[in-house]
Design a protein around this ligand. Structure first.
Ligand SMILES: [Zn+2]
Length: 399
């Protein structure tokens, strides 16, 4: 019987996980611009959805009687403070308090400090309030029309900064051992075939979707080039090099510090996140496994493993035999990595296992009613002794 064999060896292998998903807005970069005062919308500068706006650009002109009376109060307080100075030119505390509270009120009504200064200097009441955009981005929703009256807090526009986007991926339960916060993800979109985009896993949902049986992963990606658009479909790939224990590690993160909100912010020591200002934390504190076992994983070709689902068996060549002799052995199998399986126990480095002929050996054993993978007990033969022929194996002893 010609049986091809392969050596169980330690070498780096890669697990590839493929997922699908879609591009979405970064929720932390979506703002609703609302009215701070009740009033009538005189003008909407961004007149259609999709319009690009810069940070600080004017968006809305509002006519607000409340604002006009607020300004009048402010000017009155200023005037009385100017007249009310004592001989030394100093204002009483109470006069100053009145001016400051009138100024605060204007701020709360949504006026910018520069606008309040202009009112103070010119003594003129502005009859329209201009609302400026707090962020740069695109208008993704326009909630009102020109000419209508709105109340405080009523949304006018929703603006999204799309220079950073999310990619939402669906991971199967079985993929979860290979996913980690801070992990790099490569993805592709139909609009730019062949171009690999990159992102970083920033969130792994703490629950499964009961319908799809998948877990949502959130990936942050830079979109300053403006190529990605929300709702684009994405094919993503994660590549993991498992360690000898068959676990995911990210040794490149050892000694690194990350933001718990922005995993793409990585530093060599303690620092503040430039995006959100939070303190960076050591990678290990964020659940990232950085210390792999010093050994490479022990692997055998996937084709050498016979599976029943519960048990994994390989046929190991017995050394120092003139005639090729194999023994079946139950091994502790780790994850599959491409064309290999990791072996976590039951096999030594350097041992040879049957590769393509493994099924033939097993079939042969079944025909002879000897213990095999499909029938680990073999036939109970009352003679009570077991020979040591080619197909005898330690499998029966293990059961
Ligand atoms: Zn941050």
């Amino acid at each position: 019987m010609e049986i091809e064999t392969a050596q169980a060896e330690r070498k780096p292998v890669e697990i590839e996980v493929n997922m699908v998903g879609k591009v979405d807005y970064d929720e932390s970069r979506v703002r609703t611009i609302a009215a701070w005062v009740p009033g009538r919308i005189e003008r909407l500068y961004a007149d259609t959805v999709g319009v690009r706006i810069r940070k600080g650009e004017h968006l809305v002109e509002l006519y607000s009687p409340e604002l006009i009376s607020g300004q009048a109060e402010f000017l009155q307080a200023l005037q009385s403070s100017r007249q009310g100075g004592n001989a030394a030119g100093l204002l009483s505390q109470s006069t100053r308090d009145v001016v400051e509270s009138a100024r605060d009120k204007l701020r709360l009504l949504g006026l910018q400090p520069e606008q309040i200064r202009t009112i103070e200097e010119t003594g003129k009441v502005m009859d329209h309030l201009t609302i400026y955009s707090p962020i740069g981005g695109v208008v993704i929703e326009k909630h009102v029309q020109e000419g209508i009256y709105i109340q405080t807090g009523q949304p006018i526009y929703t603006v999204a900064d799309i220079s950073r986007l999310w990619v939402l991926l669906d991971a199967y339960e079985s993929d979860l051992p290979w996913v980690s916060y801070g992990q790099l993800v490569e993805f592709f979109v139909a609009a730019y075939p062949g171009r690999a985009f990159q992102g970083t896993v920033s969130f792994i949902a703490p629950f499964l979707n009961s319908k799809t049986r998948t877990v949502k992963l959130r990936v942050i990606t830079d979109n300053r080039e403006d190529l990605l658009k929300p709702e684009m479909l994405v094919h993503a790939t994660l590549r993991v090099r498992p360690d000898a224990q068959g676990q995911m590690t990210m040794p490149e993160m050892a000694g690194k510090w990350l933001c718990s909100m922005h995993p793409d912010v990585v530093a060599d020591g303690p620092a503040l996140c430039p995006v959100c200002g939070m303190k960076l934390l050591p990678a290990e504190e964020l659940g990232i496994r950085t210390n792999p076992s010093p050994l490479l994983p022990l692997v055998v070709p996937a084709s050498s493993v016979l599976w029943t689902g519960r048990r994994a068996v390989v046929y190991v060549r017995v050394p120092d035999k003139m005639v090729p002799t194999f023994e079946g052995r139950e091994i502790i199998l780790g994850p599959r990595a491409g064309d290999f399986y990791l072996v976590l126990g039951g096999l030594q480095e350097g041992e040879h296992v049957a590769v393509k002929g493994a099924y033939r050996i097993d079939a042969d054993l079944q025909i002879q009613a000897k213990p095999s993978m499909m029938n680990p007990q073999g036939l109970k033969i009352p003679s009570g002794h077991e020979g040591h022929s080619m197909q005898d194996n330690i499998l029966s002893g293990k059961e």
